[in-house]
Design a protein around this ligand. Sequence first.
Ligand code: NAP
Ligand code: F7E
Length: 357
Amino acid sequence: MAARTALITGISGQDGAYLAELLLAKGYRVHGLTRHVSGAGVARLPGAAWREAEIQGRLQLHLGDLLDGTSLTRLLEAVRPDEVYHLAAQSHVAVSFGVPEYTFDCNALGTLRLLEAIRGLGLIGHTRFYQASTSELFGAVTERPQRESTPFRPRSPYAISKLAAHWHAVNHREAYGLFACCGILFNHESPRRGEAFVSRKISLGLARIDAGLQDCLRLGNLEARRDWGHARDYVEAQWLMLQQPAPDDYVIATGEQYSVREFFQAAAEEAGFDLAWEGEGIDCVARATAVPSGSRARAGQVLLRIDPAHLRPSEVPDLCGDAGKARTQLGWQPRTDFRALVREMVAHDRAVVRGAG
Ligand code: NAP
Ligand code: F7E
């Protein structure tokens, strides 16, 4: 039987890298859409596995952009994929307040361009489509935990763009019969997470502080609570959705919730620091009362301060998901708990920073 073919948009991102590995291991031929500016991101795929698959012709990258419908149509026409995993996006919530039009163009219209290309090429009955929806759709939550039936109440240009994309995918399913699934994924992190997201900013920042390369971390809202999982576990759910007899939408989450402050505390402990918290609100600081042996940091050093520049015009304070439907229907459940996730990220970034030194 011929190998199944998948197209991943956003292959150079965190999820794209894990998903490409998963699909290659399952014997797929994998095609990836990459932008002209990609390159650093592509490095998130382990070099050896990446090159080996390329040599075998099982992995191919193609130039394209969500802002360029022609490139999307041309690529879909050439590849005629069995499965499309649409992961590409301007995915940073804080950035979306600064570039709201761009964010909407990329995330909402980009998704529509892709869906319409599938339809225009007559691929509706052939291609299955995964849409990267998000817990940010729930925004100012109306119930806890959030499940598939929880109303959407977005609170950022990012969330609004993703809401439009979500409904376009659902509409192509209902209006034209496309096998389209929306995964409503809660935050998922990993050592491959972009450095501007808070989890990675913390794990990398602590490694740099330990090495004497940075004085302290400057963060925004410490009290926001998130349901944090591991990206490696979450891409399995993306694949499982497209293997079902019928398309549907699923919440993917751990069901556990920790604040940004608790993430920092756990990461500091994993890095070998003891902490004392002082002050309130924007005067809050975390001070090291003990440092790991061999560290360039010193006891008494302030490791964390609040920087109002990182506060958002509107915040999503409280997310926690119920992935009961995915557990029952997909047989999916997270493998990595919060502490193991934090430990892996901290250990990875310590090794990276020490290696670089
Ligand atoms: P990410 O690391 O930010 O990766 C985004 C990817 O999109 C990168 O490969 C980027 O390419 C690509 N991209 C951005 N703009 C593009 C454009 N105009 N044309 C083509 N490609 C473009 O995101 P992620 O964390 O892997 O998340 C994957 C998807 O899931 C995103 O849609 C995100 O919004 C969504 N999501 C993420 C989470 C989470 O917690 N991680 C949760 C729910 C939903 P470059 O390398 O060229 O920048
Ligand atoms: O922020 C707070 C910030 O940027 C998490 C994206 O993948 O997940 C991600 O969106 C929390 C927020 O992720 C800093 O205010 C404090 O409350 O890591 P983040 P996010 O906004 O939750 C969802 C599910 C997605 O779909 C998105 O694509 O941390 N926070 N201080 C900070 N956040 C950042 N980035 N930087 C800080 O200094």
